[in-house]
Design a protein around this ligand. Sequence first.
Ligand code: ATP
Length: 453
Amino acid sequence: MTTSSDSHRMEKIVSLCKRRSFIFQSSEIYGGLNGLWDYGPLGVELKRNLKNYWWRVMVHERDDIVGMDGSILMNRSVWKASGHEDTFTDPMIDCRSCKSRLRADQVIEKKGSKQCPICGSKDLTEPRAFNLMFKTYVGATEDESSITYLRPETAQAIFVQFKNVIEVSRKKLPFGIAQIGKAFRNEINPRNFTFRSREFEQMELEYFCRPEQGMELLEYWKEERLKFYENIGIPRDKLHVKTVSDDERAFYSKGTYDIEYDFPFGRQELEGVAYRTDYDLSQHQKASGKSLEYFDEETKQKFVPHVVEPSAGVDRTVLALICEAYAEDEAPDEKGKMETRVVLRFHPRMAPIKCAVFPLLKNKEPLVTKAREIVNLLTPHMYVFYDESGAIGRRYRRQDEIGTPFGVTVDFETLGEKDPALLDTVTLRERDSMKQERVRISQLAQRLLARIT
Ligand code: ATP
């Protein structure tokens, strides 16, 4: 159940995202465009850290998975064969009174009769199928022969390149192809900030296997994916695995899990993990007339591989990271009086900026020079931010609000003015505990790297 404090929390998160340049409404100066968002300087860093970490654990750290990057526009035949042209639809209902377009599952039922959730009218149309794919034309003529669609998922490029990839990678089953890229869906009702957008990114893996391995690998990938979310700072108790029931599941799937997260607006899907059998490859094999079979050297058997697909949303995960990180606590102001502190407690691995470097005073040249040297020392390893303006407490607070896990302050002790033993040491402040300790400059990079990689 969503309470008013949850929606208040969500409002604060949306406003922080705009104020601190994580996420803006697309085309804002023209009034925006519903369901479309732009990531600002900090949002893009967060998103990149997420995608890079996914790529690292799914591709670089494994020898059974390779990556690819397919085109967004594909031959229309792909969407016919995959079933998207005929069945990638949501049931839509129109309210004849207020003219709202509604997804059928948003219509409320009161005393046995359906009502518009916006104006309360019962004058509604029957549900009809609305295809979520954006149609476009390729080339100079806009006719039936030039129609195609913006891809509604990245997976199909993997299926249609399966043969090319497996042949050149010389891999044996089980074997996977991973991809991160944009997908587009003309959602009837985009909502909950970026949660349901019309343009979004997916991180998808198609893990090909023998038919008898499918169910076991479905369990394996569900567990791997849960571990992934924990490793980026989403605790296990906020994650839920929903077993998708027989009647909700795609007819070709033998098992599907939804991994859900407790967003402030309710428990919602982050990722689907589905055992899709050999449906996709078989469909493309049939429609294209090209063999997509795998030849097993040992058993001398030829067959169409089965596939398990963990399919995650980049934008939904970014939103979950922000929602999970958002916290308010108390910290002393300049005069030692306690005040409310807004802090994004990102896992250091995900934080947009890893370390902020501050000279205690901006008009003391030796402090500034030393601080600049530290920036140069750390920059090859991580994204660092230099800030010399304002009181030091205020500078810390600005970094807390954007989730920077570490702050380094160069003070007079760094210059050896108070105690020669402290020469070339700095104050290292930790965002969450606000604890400060003295660290040698020569040890900084190593200390921070251990926490952020
Ligand atoms: P939903 O039921 O929420 O519409 P779905 O089950 O249709 O999602 P899939 O087709 O399984 O979603 O897509 C895989 C993942 O892609 C989802 O788990 C989600 O993270 C992401 N995704 C799908 N649709 C959207 C969207 N409109 N906006 C943002 N992310 C999306």
